[in-house]
Design a protein around this ligand. Structure first.
Ligand code: BMX
Ligand code: ZN
Length: 712
């Protein structure tokens, strides 16, 4: 039972490895590297060597595609139970991998500059006993890459995905690409003839080892390691703190890697108190430890204080648990932190520079520090959520604050494929988070409103009609939480619209109402006695699928003659086109969408007006049934079609009054939402706030929480 020992000949005397994150568009300079290569005195001159080993990592190619594998950002500290890696929607290809080789080995590349930096310092400080180690990251072979490029005399571009092939072939392709990269590294290294460097090995950038029905990194790594070793290099890994990684660490040297360093992750999680556990596990598994620090120049004071205390704990624990001198250590230091610490105006940061140096030398002594402040230590900022609304036509994203105000809005077409929707969601949320941060909003949740049958508890889209093709069995909640580490919630868009009215809109003090969202389809949400009607499985209130003609056209829901086929945006256009007046109708510009129809009606086209009247009447006929059953006091319309034309709503009202049972129908107020285009977004935002209040581990009682929020 021991750590991965320092100073082992087989690892060329590796002791402390600095992680150097770089931007592949920018070359490393000697000025930047010298802070890691040497200790600088007060006069700025090198007076000793600093790190003995250097790991170069570049997350993205110059073209913006990802080398980095996805990291598990599960919502618990260790990611237990909610591990869900999402491969990059924008994976690097062969040209990017070649660019990475140039970044390492090219003229003025990382290795040449490091070698020159050492040469320069060797002018003042006697050379160390051993050459300095370099470790290079391998780019991750993303399973989203279907056309990596050709290798050797291969006739086709390598495909890393299981599209069109089985998992075994996909894994072979991924391995072939990695082996090609390793060969190129070996060749280029040989050509480089670096004076002061030793190529210790290659680094596997994914912080766990993943296997599922579409990816098999276990097999890949076992084979890849053999290949790397056969070229005289070692294979290194730095997993995050999670019991499944502890488990993998137990066997790591037997199968996967030659050296591994465990991340305590204590710096980044407010509930983390795990340096001791991490040290125990590392010691048990013959692994090293990762030191973790960073420095941001514009963080709030409370965070700075907390960061200082936590980092002090890493240093002190190095003495207490022995890893400072017994264990090989990797040093995560954010981007350029050591350099910033050296010249920092805050004496505490400056002191850390010296402390890290002593730590690396093995001479750091424990320093006292005040106890950690009580949680929560992060300064409470104003709260916000990221909200998404996916409909048949548009995908929208907004940042919403806790008063329901939209701070940021973006909108695009609904992508035509499931993968397209997923990538677009990820991209939009990413942008939303950045925007929220720039507004100093603390993002407490992600909410999504979507058409389809939604398993609300689990956050899964179970099924959809043809309005969103292929939008079936999508684990949205899991995906968002894994990716962004933010509690996420998803509900049907009709429900979201109703929630929006209850929490922020016209129904704040209304207990029984029906919300009808008129868009590409017709979404519904119904409140009964102050509670959102959810039914057995949350599949209620699909108002659009009430049949108004049992011999009508077939709907993709399974039924015939659904009201959505006549009175929604898509329905109006269909009805006009297929059955009714449209062939005769000239219209304003011949536009046969619902917009064209509405435009024509506004210009007085009698056929368009007639069409709107008939649609309103049909919707009225359907809703009469709902009024008779639920006895609401309000019907609220929202969605794109609220402007479709007065004729539609006039005839809706007339039908209701004519056909509804008395006195129920007389008590119904028909009204329009005050934010008709944003109901989905606002409702999803309200749900996200609800979930964040009590955490997501318990079953949700949404109605109770919505009221709480409404009363706040
Ligand atoms: C459809 C159905 C409903 C949804 C309604 C409104 C799917 C994908 N959608 O009836 O769940 O509430 O459309 O959707 O099954 P929108 O596209 O008009 O926003
Ligand atoms: Zn239907």
């Amino acid at each position: 039972m021991s750590y991965l020992k320092q100073d082992m000949p087989e690892l060329n005397h590796l002791r402390h490895l600095a992680l150097l994150y770089g931007d592949s568009k920018k070359k490393w300079t000697k000025e930047e590297l010298k802070y890691y290569v040497a200790h600088l005195g007060m006069d700025g001159k090198a007076d000793d060597w600093f790190f003995d080993s250097f790991l170069f990592i570049s997350p993205k190619s110059g073209a913006g595609r990802d080398y980095l594998a996805d990291v598990n950002l599960g919502k618990t500290m260790s990611g237990e139970g909610d591990f869900f890696p999402m491969c990059s929607p924008n994976p690097a290809d062969k040209s990017d991998w070649e660019a990475l080789l140039a970044y390492y080995f090219g003229e003025g590349g990382a290795l040449q500059t490091l070698d020159n930096t050492i040469s320069e310092i060797a002018g003042h400080v006697p050379l160390p006993a051993y050459k300095r180690n370099v470790v290079l990251s391998l780019p991750y072979p993303h399973i989203t890459q279907e056309k990596f490029g050709r290798i050797g005399d291969g006739r086709e571009a390598l495909n890393f995905s299981i599209k069109g092939q089985n998992l075994e072939s996909a894994t072979e392709a991924r391995l072939a690409a990695e082996e090609w990269f390793v060969e190129r590294v070996a060749e280029l290294w040989h050509k480089g003839q670096y004076k002061h460097l030793n190529l210790l090995g290659l680094y596997w950038i994914f912080e766990t080892i993943y296997r599922s029905w579409e990816v098999d990194d276990h097999v890949l790594l076992k084979e890849l390691r053999k290949h790397i070793n056969s070229r005289g290099m070692k294979f290194l890994w730095i997993p995050f703190y999670a019991t499944y990684n502890f488990h993998l660490l137990e066997d790591y040297e037997k199968y996967y890697f030659d050296a591994a360093f465990l991340q305590p992750n204590f710096l980044f999680y407010k509930d983390g108190k795990y340096i001791e556990t991490a040290a125990t596990v590392a010691r048990k598994c013959n692994a090293g430890i990762e030191m973790e620090y960073y420095l941001e120049l514009d963080e709030p004071i409370a965070i700075t204080d907390e960061r200082h205390l936590r980092f002090r704990e890493y240093l002190n624990s190095g003495v207490k648990y022995g890893y400072m001198t017994e264990s090989a250590c990797a040093h995560f230091q954010g981007v350029g932190s050591l350099q910033k610490m050296y010249s920092h105006s805050d004496p505490i940061e400056r002191e850390f520079y010296e402390d890290i140096f002593h730590f690396v030398k093995g001479t750091y002594e424990v320093k006292d520090y005040p106890p950690l402040p009580p949680r929560p230590f992060f300064v409470p900022k104003k709260k916000g959520v990221i909200s998404l609304d996916l409909g048949g036509t548009n995908l929208r994203m907004a940042v919403v604050d806790d008063t329901g105000k939209i701070a940021h809005w973006s909108e695009g077409d609904t992508p035509t494929s499931r993968d397209g929707i997923i990538s677009s969601i990820i991209e939009k949320v990413g942008k939303g988070v950045i925007f929220a941060e720039s507004m100093d909003l603390n993002v407490v949740g992600i909410g999504m409103s979507s058409g389809g049958r939604v398993n609300f508890e689990k956050g899964i889209i179970e099924n959809s009609t043809a309005l969103i093709p292929d939008w079936i069995n999508v684990h949205v909640k899991q995906m968002l939480e894994a990716r962004f580490n933010i509690p996420s919630v998803i509900d049907n868009d009709g429900n979201c619209a109703a929630v929006a009215e209850k929490v922020f809109g016209k129904a704040k003090s209304v207990d029984n109402f029906i919300s009808i969202a008129l868009g590409t389809g017709i979404g519904g949400g119904i409140y009964v006695d102050g509670k959102l009607l959810r039914g057995e499985s949350n599949y209620t209130s699909e108002i659009g699928h009430i049949s108004v003609d049992s011999n009508g056209p077939k709907c993709s829901c399974g039924n015939y003659g659904c009201i959505e086929l006549y009175a929604s945006g898509s329905g109006l256009a269909r009805w006009a086109e297929e059955e009714l007046l449209m062939p005769l109708m000239v219209g304003a510009d011949g536009n046969r969408s619902s917009k064209g129809i509405s435009e024509s009606a506004r210009l007085g086209d009698p056929l368009a007006i007639e069409l709107l009247r008939r649609a309103g009447e049909k919707l009225g006929a359907a809703v009469v049934g709902l009024v008779n059953i639920f006895n609401p006091s309000m019907i609220i319309f929202s969605g794109r079609l609220v402007d479709v034309g007065v004729q539609y709503f006039d005839s809706f009202r007339e039908t209701l009054l004519k056909r509804g049972m008395r006195p129920a129908i007389d008590g119904v107020e028909i009204t329009f939402s005050t934010f008709p285009q944003e109901v989905g977004i606002i409702g999803a935002a309200a749900l996200a706030f609800q979930s964040s209040i009590e955490g997501l581990s318990r079953p949700l009682n949404v109605n109770h929480r919505i009221e709480r929020l409404a009363n706040d």
